[in-house]
Design a protein. Structure first.
Length: 420
């Protein structure tokens, strides 16, 4: 009988996708067969609902398989999944990265081991960033440099799924990126849960800017380095220096802003105020005029009035944000925000989220129109689509080689995409 390799389903963030690739390697090395693994997300109550839905679907499609649930939702709500008849095993976020966990999954592991294998994530002091040399398409690789978060924003469950902040040492990161460049990758994206906290737990407490400068210096053949979501209030001088002086650092930053009103920011337990966000955006744009920003913004946080919301709406233009990730507030049991008495009506939340998205759409249209007639260096993700340094999609009628960087002049706009 032919061995059946495990099936993996990933929900949620890039870090989860990265860890799924590591789990595939661990499962293969351990010879795991006939299993279905669901790597869950816990960021909202809706994410947990989708995880349960995916589990039921995969059980129907794979009736004889051993179904394993892991990820952030499994870490924060192990009993929710252990109580599902479809599930055979629940493993935590730390356990899923341990070779021994997979080595124990012999043919008879169901019924021979405890159904829930989830330990205290807060006791984990190392991250498993060294397990794989990134993942991605043939054009772009993602490298985990940090995991966990030391902050306790009142709306967020993620620290309880990921644990405290821990960093991959710079030397390990540089060696990974060198290997990825040798394999032909033209762009590397640094990823983590709270990227700007990188280094705080390492000897001498280096900062993210130090890591960026070190990568660019020690991997001179890397054409493009990109950093994922950052907390603008934690950006250090070296990162600002890299923005100003390093053309290989891509002019696109995704900012964890969450709101545009000072009172709501305080109730969220964020570490910045509205003016801090605006000041950072203006300074980064001054240093790098072609800089574009993405941002996370929550609509309908408890106690949010129309005036509070208007400040978020105005922040879109005040910070010149282009790529918005709008989150309708979702009450998350186990977070302080869930206990705030003045929860906002769901229809109001939906309406405000729609208005934010419309503001974002207007910013995207403005950005696209401004690119017409300009020349861009475009990293091809497939033969007919690539992305500019600002992460804008570009369509090509003539096929290009996937993974290459192509210089082209923008001739027009089609929907949310530039065309050459």
């Amino acid at each position: 009988m032919t061995a059946k390799p495990p099936i993996f389903a990933t929900l949620g963030c890039r870090l989860n996708a990265y860890e799924t690739e590591a789990m595939k390697d661990l499962a293969q090395q351990a010879g795991v067969e006939g299993a279905v693994v669901v790597n869950t997300c816990a960021v909202t109550a809706e994410a947990v609902r989708k995880a349960r839905q995916e589990i039921r679907k995969l059980r129907r499609e794979n009736p004889g398989a051993r179904l394993i649930v892991t990820g952030c939702a499994a870490q924060t709500e192990p009993d929710t999944f252990a109580n599902m008849t479809e599930v055979d095993l629940v493993i935590g976020n730390a356990e899923k990265m341990q070779p021994q966990t997979w080595a124990n999954m012999g043919p008879d592991f169901v019924g021979q081991t405890e159904k829930v294998q989830v330990d205290d994530i807060m006791s984990v002091t190392e991250t498993a960033g060294h397990l794989i040399d990134g993942f991605g398409t043939r054009s772009r690789a993602y490298v985990q440099v940090q995991n966990g978060c030391d902050h306790r924003c009142t709306f967020c469950i993620i620290p309880y799924g990921r644990g405290n902040s821990r960093s991959v040492p710079a030397g390990v990161v540089v060696d990974q990126i060198k290997r990825l460049v040798d394999k032909g990758y033209n762009e590397v994206v640094l990823t983590g849960v709270d990227l700007t906290s990188w280094g705080a737990d390492l000897p001498a407490g280096p900062k993210l800017g130090d890591l960026v400068m070190r990568i660019l210096k020690l991997v001179p053949d890397l054409p493009r380095l990109r950093i994922s979501s950052i907390d603008s209030i934690e950006v250090d001088e070296n990162l600002m220096q890299a923005i100003a002086t390093e053309p290989r650092l891509m002019p696109h930053l995704h900012l964890s802003l969450q709101h545009g009103d000072d009172l709501i920011l305080k109730r969220m337990k964020r570490r910045h105020l509205r003016d801090d966000a605006i000041r950072f955006a203006q300074e980064a744009k001054k240093l790098r005029p072609d800089m574009t920003f993405g941002a996370d913004i929550i609509a309908g946080f408890p106690t949010e009035t129309e005036a509070h919301f208007e400040n978020s709406l105005k922040l879109v233009t005040d910070c010149d944000l282009t790529w918005l990730h709008v989150f309708p507030y979702s009450k998350r049991e186990g977070t302080p925000a869930a206990k705030i008495p003045n929860q906002i009506n769901g229809n109001i939340i939906k309406s405000r989220a729609a208005r934010l998205r419309a503001a974002g759409d207007a910013q995207v249209a403005r950005h696209l129109a401004a690119q017409v007639g300009k020349s861009h260096r475009i990293l091809m993700e497939n033969p007919h689509m690539g992305r500019t340094e600002q992460f804008t999609e570009v369509g090509f009628a003539t096929p290009q080689t996937e993974g290459t960087i192509v210089s082209a002049r923008i001739s027009g706009v089609s929907g949310t995409r530039l065309v050459v």
